[in-house]
Write a protein that binds this ligand. Structure first.
Ligand code: HEC
Length: 154
């Protein structure tokens, strides 16, 4: 019986401390970040949102592959991925303009185009063998991914 009570108190102590830690984390997170979301909500059908998120995750993978290619001094691969998978093209133009039209947000197209243009710039700098400039374009590309995330949401 005594052993049972010891276990019971240990269980409660753990639970209580877990709870206060959780609240502390929540408090500091709320203090540090905004709690309201003022971004523009895109008017897109749910299936479209799912497809868009999947495409975004693919783009995230591509960024990881570019970083990997940089770490291996493989500028040819940096150029290939940037140009072929992320560069601006008539297909991208069609895709983004129809999404922008669908959700009634013309800005959406501009944000997308800037990202893809940075990918082209990255490809050109990688082709020229200028690692420093290529990394700068890479940073610009990522910043512009996030610029759109700061403005729009699902
Ligand atoms: C034109 C706007 C736009 C651009 C450019 C853009 N995104 Fe997104 N992204 C969005 C929106 C909108 C969402 C959905 C956010 C939400 O859930 O509210 C999103 C979501 C995501 C997500 C979350 C996916 C998930 O599973 O929830 C990832 C990861 C992401 N984007 C990566 C990227 C990367 C990497 C780039 C640049 C190569 C990029 N995005 C460029 C608009 C954009």
């Amino acid at each position: 019986m005594r052993l049972f009570l010891v276990f019971l108190s240990i269980f409660f102590i753990f639970n209580l401390s877990g709870c206060t830690t959780y609240e502390k984390v929540m408090d500091s997170t709320i203090r540090k970040y905004h709690v309201t979301d003022d971004r523009i909500k895109l008017k897109l059908p749910p299936q479209m949102k799912l497809a868009q998120k999947e495409m975004m995750r693919t783009q995230m993978d591509l960024l990881a592959r570019i970083a990997e290619a940089f770490s291996e001094d493989n500028l040819k691969e940096v150029e290939r991925i940037s140009r072929e998978r992320l560069g601006w093209s008539s297909i991208e133009e069609k895709k983004w303009s129809s999404v922008a039209e669908l959700c009634g947000e013309s800005d959406f197209f501009e944000f997308a185009m800037v990202v893809h243009r940075h990918a082209d710039e990255l490809a050109s700098n990688a082709r020229a063998g200028d690692v420093s400039k290529a990394l700068k374009s890479f940073a610009g590309l990522i910043e512009n991914c996030n610029a759109c995330h700061k403005r729009f949401r699902h």
